[in-house]
Design a binder for this molecule. Structure first.
Ligand code: SF4
Ligand code: SF4
Length: 316
């Protein structure tokens, strides 16, 4: 892996703590972004969008660390000095050119690229419900792209719950037969390692932290992942365990309608069954998060979301 001068200890402090309250300076982020810049030259990123609303791409681009964002963006901007890779929304190429860019990127970086998957994968009727581009006048299904990109990747990351476990496109009655990447790889008999970064959308820190960890320190060991393939760094504790409303719960004060003071359990809060560090990481540049804004946690980082958590606003 790439040489760099960020200690694992500093990296983990950054990853697990609340970014806004840390004493990390721009110097740290400068070093992190320089290390990432070197690493992505060696291990480029190829990003496939399948059945997605693109919200995870938008979320990741909204990171509050601009220098790190640039490292990711420069991967897909045309004419940059880094390798031209692939991202359906951000890259300039369209049509045949974009299909060719995908083919070229894989040929050039076989076995050395990180495959990022956004969105679920339709599989019914040979994947005809979702296609990107054509070859020999035939549409290329998203499933075929997953096979093409997944086969020779060094590792795969799923961005968001749809890519990880199927999410909304896989909700009942799931007419397109949509599935998440782990299921797709099992179907294709691929052994490419996968790390899931769920969320609807996924938090930019979760994505950048996972990419940085792989590029700087190698693939996580099995004990660093939970049973759903998520990095414990971000997903080891329930939302409920650090919720600001715990005192209300302990005192038996429950909100019975939105806007009322109290724990949101009776309004369907799934915090007790949901694992993510939202209460300390916060969202939108560390400004706020669901429960502090008066909305129950809907369990967006969990396998089975949204069906397993429906009706969303009823107590489970
Ligand atoms: S609002 Fe939700 S997460 Fe917070 S204490 Fe109540 S049940 Fe737990
Ligand atoms: S609090 Fe719950 S619903 Fe909100 S982002 Fe975190 S995991 Fe998702």
């Amino acid at each position: 892996m790439t040489r760099h001068d960020i200690s694992r200890r500093d990296f983990i402090r950054w990853a697990v703590a609340v970014p806004a309250s840390l004493s990390f300076t721009e110097g740290f982020f400068g070093k992190l972004s320089a290390a990432l810049q070197d690493a992505v030259k060696e291990y480029p990123i190829i990003w496939l969008q399948a059945s997605t609303c693109s919200g995870c791409s938008v979320s990741v681009i909204n990171t509050i660390h601009p220098s790190i964002k640039n490292v990711i963006l420069e991967q897909v901007l045309p004419g940059n000095k880094l390798t031209l890779n692939y991202h359906g929304t951000l890259m300039a190429a369209t049509g045949r050119l974009s299909v060719q860019a995908a083919r070229d990127a894989v040929a050039k970086h076989k076995g050395k690229y990180v495959f990022v998957m956004e969105g679920a994968i339709p599989t019914k009727e040979k994947g005809v419900y979702g296609c990107i581009g054509e070859e020999n006048d035939k549409p290329i299904s998203m499933l075929e792209w997953v096979e093409f990109f997944g086969k020779d990747a060094m590792a795969a990351l799923t961005v968001g719950t749809c890519a990880a476990y199927g999410g909304f496109p896989a909700g009942e009655p799931n007419p397109s037969g949509s599935i998440g990447l782990t299921e797709a790889f099992n179907m294709l008999k691929f052994s490419t390692p996968i790390i899931n970064i769920p969320g609807c959308p996924c938090h930019p820190d979760w994505f950048i932290g996972t990419v940085a960890k792989i590029l700087l320190y190698g693939m996580p060991k099995p004990k660093e992942l939970d049973e759903y393939g998520r990095l414990k760094l971000f997903f080891n504790r329930s939302v409920h365990s650090r919720c600001i409303n715990r005192d209300y719960l302990d005192d038996g004060i429950f909100a019975s309608k939105f806007g009322e003071e109290g724990c949101l359990l009776e309004l369907g809060c799934k915090g007790p069954f949901t694992y993510a560090d939202c209460p300390i990481r916060l969202w939108n540049g560390s400004v706020n998060w669901c429960i502090n804004a008066g909305a129950p946690c809907i369990g967006c980082t969990e396998k089975g979301f949204p069906d397993a958590h429906s009706p969303i606003y009823q107590r489970r």
